[in-house]
Design a protein around this ligand. Structure first.
Ligand code: NDP
Length: 246
């Protein structure tokens, strides 16, 4: 029996990178999966196709996480399509790397709106539908706990907020048997943070394993937290960073 058989998962920002790997992994573990995306419809439908070809069920929903109304509608559409919601993965996130003194308020608002406001709106709507034993999983960041490099001040601040959101929310929904956890990746090779180029050199060097991580290595942790064996883990920040914060 698949670990997530008869479960329904929503992965925000599931068309590329870490979110796409999470969506595919949860589907492989038996869940029906809804993904959201902001711009790239063809990447989103490629993820849906890949899941369907492997025998799973998936839908893609266009919903910019910065738009709270769209984020809420995505939850409702997931429930309307699959009938329930058991696992929410708040993965959509962005960074606009630059020195803090050069960051505009508009850029800071964009990072806040996607990384925090979207997470609040999505989670609040999801909780209306979630039953006992459901799972809320954030994709925070290792820099939410330790700022290893300059250039990520607003981003690190939002990921620190994601960390405390996780801990605080776990206290409110624990009585319903709902767990809330924060997976904190280190440098993972994606479009957002490619493993090649100048920006990658110090990040790779900062890890104990001296390499970037793969998206599947984050998906594996998310799958564990989504599954039945993690039932006593909540309010936790689970860092998957090749030892960057060691
Ligand atoms: P990518 O930029 O590679 O992929 C982002 C995904 O999110 C895409 O599917 C994209 O879809 C979607 N997306 C982007 N903006 C929005 C939005 N406003 N609303 C809805 N969906 C959106 O990012 P990663 O996979 O690298 O990052 C995923 C998460 O992991 C983020 O929260 C990030 O902060 C976190 N993280 C990443 C690390 C890394 O090293 N890569 C390290 C630590 C944390 P579309 O193309 O349609 O915009």
């Amino acid at each position: 029996m698949s670990k997530l058989a008869n479960k329904v998962a929503l992965v925000t920002g599931g068309s590329r990178g870490i979110g796409a790997a999470i969506a595919k992994r949860l589907a492989a573990d038996g869940a029906s999966v809804a993904i959201t995306y902001a711009k790239d419809a063809s990447a989103a439908s490629a993820v849906v196709k890949a899941i369907e070809v492997s025998g799973g069920k998936a839908i893609a929903i266009q919903a910019d996480a910065a738009d709270a109304g769209a984020a809420k509608d995505a939850v409702e559409k997931t429930v309307a399509t699959f009938g329930r919601l058991d696992v929410l993965v708040n993965n959509a996130g962005t960074a606009i790397p630059k020195p803090f003194e050069e960051a505009t308020l508009e850029e800071m608002d964009r990072v806040l709106d996607i990384n925090i406001r979207g997470v609040f709106a999505t989670t609040q709507t999801a909780l209306k539908h979630m039953t006992d034993g459901s799972r809320i999983i954030m994709i925070g960041s290792a820099v939410g706990e330790r700022a290893v490099a300059p250039g990520l001040v607003p981003y690190a601040a939002t990921k620190g907020a994601v960390k405390m959101f996780t801990q605080a929310l776990s206290r409110e929904v624990g009585s319903r048997g709902i767990t809330v956890n924060n997976v904190q990746p280190g440098p993972i090779d994606t479009d957002l943070n490619p493993a090649s180029g100048d920006w990658a050199v110090p990040q790779k060097a900062a890890t104990a394993l001296n390499r970037y991580g793969h998206v599947e290595e984050i998906a594996a942790m998310v799958a564990f937290i989504a599954g039945p064996e993690s039932s006593y883990i909540t309010g936790a920040n689970l860092t998957v960073d090749g030892g960057m914060n060691a």
